[in-house]
Write a protein that binds this ligand. Sequence first.
Ligand code: ACM
Length: 262
Amino acid sequence: MRIGFYQFSPEFGAIDKNLNKMASTLLTTEADLIVFPELANSGYLFLNSAEAESLAEPIPGPSTEFLTKLAVERGCHIVMGMPEKSGQKRFNSAVLIGPQGVVGSYRKAHLFDEEKLHFQPGDRGFPVFEIHGVKIGILICFDHIFPESARTLALQGVQILCYPSNLVLPTYGQLTTRVRAIENHLFTILANRCGTDDRGSKQLSYTGGSQIVAPDGLVLASAPEEREQLSVVEIDPSQACGKGVSLRNDLFADRRPDLYKL
Ligand code: ACM
């Protein structure tokens, strides 16, 4: 299975431009699963909730229809972060889309900083999706720092954990997504954005450093901090099935929930 990420710098508010950029990049590669960053169609740095409202879309909606056509054309599956409008509510969501359309979506559970002003926290838990018989999970950016999120997905058999992100804190997410791969013995794909947002009264710099990590912690692909990069690697998802790390240790069977206070 060929899995990858596209690290780039979405332009704030330019949904058509950002979608077309993702589409033209995808034309240059063959992949079964590609992950784009958090809020990749809309951009991240909202000045107010009215901006978030004007850029949010239902799922399915115009952006997912665009990506479905792309998935048909490329014969691939796509994970992309996007602001979701659902009735009176907005969520910081990510969709999984294949040639058949929307496979499912995830609503970010752990909102970061000003996201709390513009979005509701996720209300649907941590769903598991399946493509080509491989179990896929999605977490979004700051979710990375809560090990319970990844563990919840791993205990449901997830083999590939996708992290569409807009990381701003130094190195945390690059470290934790490597640790989440090791402690759960699964593949992680961190698709972070790069670049700087300057919205006049607000600025943010993003940390890039997207990566694909194998269940043994080996970094299979990585991007620099500041540049756009598309990376695709070939993996065997069955490597994420067994959880044994020594003759007498299994990462899941050795857990001691009787001792944990969660
Ligand atoms: C983040 O959760 N976008 C830092």
